[in-house]
Design a protein around this ligand. Structure first.
Ligand code: ATP
Ligand code: FE
Length: 366
């Protein structure tokens, strides 16, 4: 059976067709919006909504075409209903409801962060429970994933997410933001001296699993103001690389530090944990992967990180989370003429904690 996944929670329109039996990706398409938001210094919800609206049909068609199937051959449609930008989520949910209603397909609402976390299981040996570091543009958490919809939070950020810090530093350094600020900082950092700036590591005296990136962000901004004058030039390229490398070193040290503690906590309570999963856009970072590889080995865990393209927002992860839910009967049947699909407003959850058990239970009892 085949499931189509739709992602539109932020600034990527992602669609994919995934086979339930083995997680094979039969078709995938993604339409980005970097150029649209670049002049504004952040994602503008109204512009993002319009761009999703323009891209949705063609992105769905591209994924279906690549898979060589038509809508009726699908078994289900999964869609991100939150968390994310309300206006943007609406576009995906409308599309999904229309398709599900028209062809009486299973409708599967998906939590965006659950999709980031579960994609690590597609076609792999990763079993529940597992320890998961979720690091993206808007989230920074350590959770134990006990099952679909069942999460125990070990720590989260007190202020900013690490991906947001990467994006901010990329902007301050005047880097090209396509495909992402994080990727640009990582690339420039390869040429830099990561010891040139001794930014202090956040929360060193707090023996817990929480994160903080606001202080580091400020420290980097001050260093940039002190060292760089005017727009990027060849003359100051080395300085920029050194700042990028020093920032990245400390940003990743903070993650490693927290993951090491979380692994200790988690293994005590859940001795069956075999895998450390790293998920979300920042998991695309190669240096983070190699650091956590070493850490996992020391803790007797196996590291599981999805391929970079499945770490940043995409339709595949939504389709896969839909498959995991569908297997448990966690789907909805929509009427052929679903009124909600036609109305302007549909039910989305812009703010929706991953660990909200009331919500996950209400989803699991359709
Ligand atoms: P959320 O998932 O929290 O709603 P989002 O969907 O906007 O946020 P993702 O697409 O999951 O975020 O991830 C994007 C983030 O990942 C951006 O902050 C981006 O800079 C970061 N990122 C992508 N590639 C890298 C990399 N190689 N190194 C560091 N950060 C990266
Ligand atoms: Fe995301």
């Amino acid at each position: 059976s085949l499931v189509l996944g739709i992602e539109s929670s932020c600034d990527d329109t992602g669609v994919a067709v995934v086979r339930a039996s083995d997680g094979a990706i039969l078709g995938q398409a993604i339409t980005g919006q970097v150029d649209i938001h670049a002049p504004w210094g952040g994602v503008v919800p109204k512009l993002a909504q319009e761009a999703h609206g323009r891209a949705m049909q063609s992105t769905v068609q591209a994924a279906l075409q690549q898979a060589g199937i038509s809508e009726e051959q699908l078994d289900g449609v999964a869609v991100t209903i939150g968390p994310g930008l309300s206006l943007c989520l609406q576009v995906g949910v409308h599309q999904a409801r229309r398709m599900a209603g028209q062809h009486s397909l299973k409708y599967i609402p998906v939590h965006h962060m659950e999709a980031h976390a579960l994609i690590a299981r597609a076609g792999t040996a990763v079993a529940f429970p597992f320890l998961c570091l979720l690091v993206s543009g808007g989230h920074n958490m350590l959770v134990v994933v006990e099952g679909v919809g069942s999460y125990t939070l070990l720590g989260s950020t007190l202020d900013d997410a690490v991906g947001e810090a990467f994006d901010k530093v990329a902007r301050l350094l005047g880097l090209q933001l396509d495909p992402s600020g994080g990727a640009a900082v990582e690339a420039l950092a390869r040429e830099g001296d990561d010891q040139r700036f001794r930014f202090s590591r956040p929360l060193v005296r707090k023996p817990n699993c929480n994160f903080s990136y606001a202080g580091l962000k400020t420290a980097v901004r001050l260093a940039i103001n002190a060292e760089l004058k005017g727009p990027p030039s060849e003359a100051d390229r080395q300085m920029r690389a050194d700042i990028a490398a020093s920032f990245q070193r400390v940003a990743l040290e903070h993650l490693e530090d927290r993951v090491a503690r979380a692994a200790g906590w988690a293994l005590e309570e859940w001795p069956g944990i075999k895998h450390l999963v790293v998920a979300g856009g920042v998991a695309a970072n190669q240096l983070l992967r190699s650091k956590l590889q070493a850490l996992a080995e020391k803790q007797g865990l196996e590291l599981a990180v999805p391929p970079p393209k499945l770490c940043t927002d995409n339709g595949v992860m939504v389709a896969w989370a839909g498959i995991e839910r569908m297997r448990l009967g966690l789907w909805e049947h929509l009427p052929a003429h679903d009124a909600a699909a036609e109305e302007e407003w549909v039910d989305v959850r812009p703010r929706w904690p991953l660990t909200d058990r009331r919500d996950s239970r209400s989803l699991s009892e359709p």
